[in-house]
Design a binder for this molecule. Structure first.
Ligand SMILES: Cc1cc2nc3c(=O)[nH]c(=O)nc-3n(C[C@H](O)[C@H](O)[C@H](O)COP(=O)(O)OP(=O)(O)OC[C@H]3O[C@@H](n4cnc5c(N)ncnc54)[C@H](O)[C@@H]3O)c2cc1C
Length: 507
């Protein structure tokens, strides 16, 4: 990167989903305007720009799955669809003046910490930057995971991932194979069933599914939320409170989840009359250890005559024949992979090189870990939004994002208070202590005791979920505790790592 070609900014934000846009808005609110939002795509929206499959919608009610500081009284449904959520994010971008900060088609290819100058070198597809602080909001579910299936190359039809829907596929009369039964697949099946000739669903593991009480938001409700914003806040508060009360069932009393299993089984019985199909759809693990899925049209779609369930994973493709691990064969014209995302091995981690030339992927080889879900040791002035152990099993990720934005704001304030050129690097001891605390609490949770899921990494450790309430997460991210960081100064002044105690005394 040629020095003269680089623009210096105080903060570089990566990504323009809820996380990146939220960070941008928060920075402006803190009076910081010297920042850019680097986005690899041609528009904002993250998840809600990329996922355009039929039936795509949120599974946390819209009035909770939105920014607290940007309520939308006009949500059309209790669980609004992707076009509305995307439009909301475009609207938020304009309302909060984020447009001038956007650098679209600017995929971040490389981030390198300069230990002498105490800044990040940021190489993107459309120009290079240096930045004092980097906020990585590259998304926990942004990079599709497609399994390697022998013979897939021999398939003559269209093949794509749920997050890269090919709208050139005319579904009418087509035989479509859907691979996987996660949150996206259970929306896709009812989304395409009415049009497709035949849908074959390959199921490795049956999910637990509860009804989704989706309904249009009435004109009267929308009028009330517009004229009396307190009613929208109240609605949000109730939705939040209900989910907070459920958390201890996941974290401390997984045995209580049996009641919820009964509800899910009765939900299935209502739609599936065939006992053999019911048996294949009945999970054999504790509800809640994988994400509980919400749908009122998944089971009815499976009961339709043009839908087949193969209760086995896809093992091989031979031309247009798909072969499951149990030997079942099905013919298809198109394959849709609803097989999830690279969650525990985020690609951005391979591109970030911190102190001592170590990449974040190398630092996280034994499992992702970051102080308060945000700061990894050896990566100064680098904050991850939706970092390790910040995921939720039952509530809105926007609550987590907003808590991390509080942390970001305080991080920036602390840097200001230190004065001069300074950087904050999480102490390894603090990261380890935080991680031990989180992992200890994880032991009893349903996520660790109930089954093997995508929440667990290659070492069987849960580095994805937050084992507490969102209120608790908000509390622990309200302020940066300087004692948990080393304060770095440029070597010429002279180079030193001021102990937190010294720094505290100086403040
Ligand atoms: C189909 C679907 C439905 C979901 N429904 C819900 C729900 O109902 N409730 C809920 O709480 N959560 C839900 N989630 C989770 C959802 O991902 C989060 O709620 C939230 O949208 C994450 O926001 P984000 O900004 O962190 O990430 P994203 O929205 O994924 O945004 C990340 C952005 O970073 C960009 N990016 C990535 N790498 C780079 C790079 N190297 N350079 C530049 N830009 C880069 C991406 O292009 C993207 O725009 C859902 C996820 C999916 C996939």
């Amino acid at each position: 990167m040629a020095e003269q070609m680089r623009q210096h900014v105080r903060v570089a934000v990566i990504g323009s989903g809820f996380g990146g846009l939220g960070a941008a808005i928060r920075l402006r609110r803190e009076g910081i305007t010297d920042f850019v939002v680097l986005e690899r795509a041609g528009s904002v929206g993250g998840t809600w720009r990329d996922n355009t499959y039929p039936g795509c919608a949120c599974d946390v009610p819209s009035h909770l799955y939105s920014f607290s500081f940007a309520p939308n009284p006009a949500w059309p449904r209790s669980f609004s669809g992707q076009p509305h959520i995307r439009a909301y994010l475009e609207h938020v971008t304009d309302t909060f003046g984020i447009r001038p900060h956007l650098r679209l088609n600017a995929e971040v290819r490389q981030l390198r910490w300069d230990e002498e100058r105490l800044h990040w070198e940021v190489g993107t597809a459309s120009g290079d930057y240096t930045a004092d602080v980097v906020v990585s909001a590259a998304g926990p579910l942004a990079d599709p995971r497609v399994p390697e299936i022998p013979g897939l190359d021999s398939f003559p039809g269209k093949v794509f991932h749920s997050a890269r829907w090919d709208h050139g596929l005319d579904l009418r009369g087509k035989r479509v194979a859907v691979i996987g039964t996660g949150a996206s697949a259970i929306q896709i099946v009812p989304g395409i069933q009415p049009e497709a000739g035949r849908v074959t669903l390959f199921q490795r593991t049956p999910p637990w599914v509860l009804p989704r009480f989706d309904r249009p938001v009435s004109a009267a409700e929308r009028w009330l939320h517009t004229r009396l914003p307190v009613t929208a806040a109240l609605r949000r508060g109730v939705l939040w409170g209900i989910r907070e009360l459920q958390v201890s069932n996941f974290t401390k009393h997984p045995e209580r989840m049996r009641v919820v299993e009964k509800l899910a089984l009765s939900h299935m019985r209502k739609a599936i009359a065939d006992p053999a199909l019911r048996a294949r759809l009945t999970p054999d693990y504790r509800i809640g250890c994988k994400r509980i899925l919400l749908s009122s049209d998944y089971y009815p779609a499976l009961a339709r005559p043009n839908v087949d369930l193969v209760a086995s994973e896809l093992a091989e493709v031979r031309g247009s024949t798909l072969v499951a691990a149990d030997g079942t064969e099905a013919e298809a014209d198109a394959i849709v992979f609803g097989t999830g995302f690279r969650v525990t091995d985020m690609p951005i981690a391979e591109r970030v090189t911190g102190a001592g030339g170590v990449t974040l992927a190398e630092a996280w080889k034994g499992g992702m870990a970051a102080l308060r879900g945000t700061s990894a040791a050896g990566f100064p002035n680098f904050l991850t939004v939706i970092g390790p152990n910040t995921g939720l099993g039952n509530s809105s990720m926007i609550l987590i994002i907003e808590s991390q934005l509080n942390y970001l704001a305080d991080f920036m304030r602390q840097l200001d208070t230190l004065g001069g050129k300074a950087a904050l690097d999480a102490r390894p001891s603090a990261v380890n202590a935080w991680n031990r605390h989180v992992q200890r609490r994880m032991e009893r949770t349903v996520w660790n005791t109930g089954c093997r899921s995508w929440y667990l990494d290659a070492n069987g450790r849960n580095t994805v979920v937050w084992p507490g309430t969102t209120a608790e997460f908000r509390r622990v991210t309200r302020q940066v505790n300087l004692a948990e960081y080393q304060v770095l100064r440029p070597p010429r002044t002279p180079r030193r790592a001021v102990s937190a105690a010294t720094t505290e005394a100086a403040r």
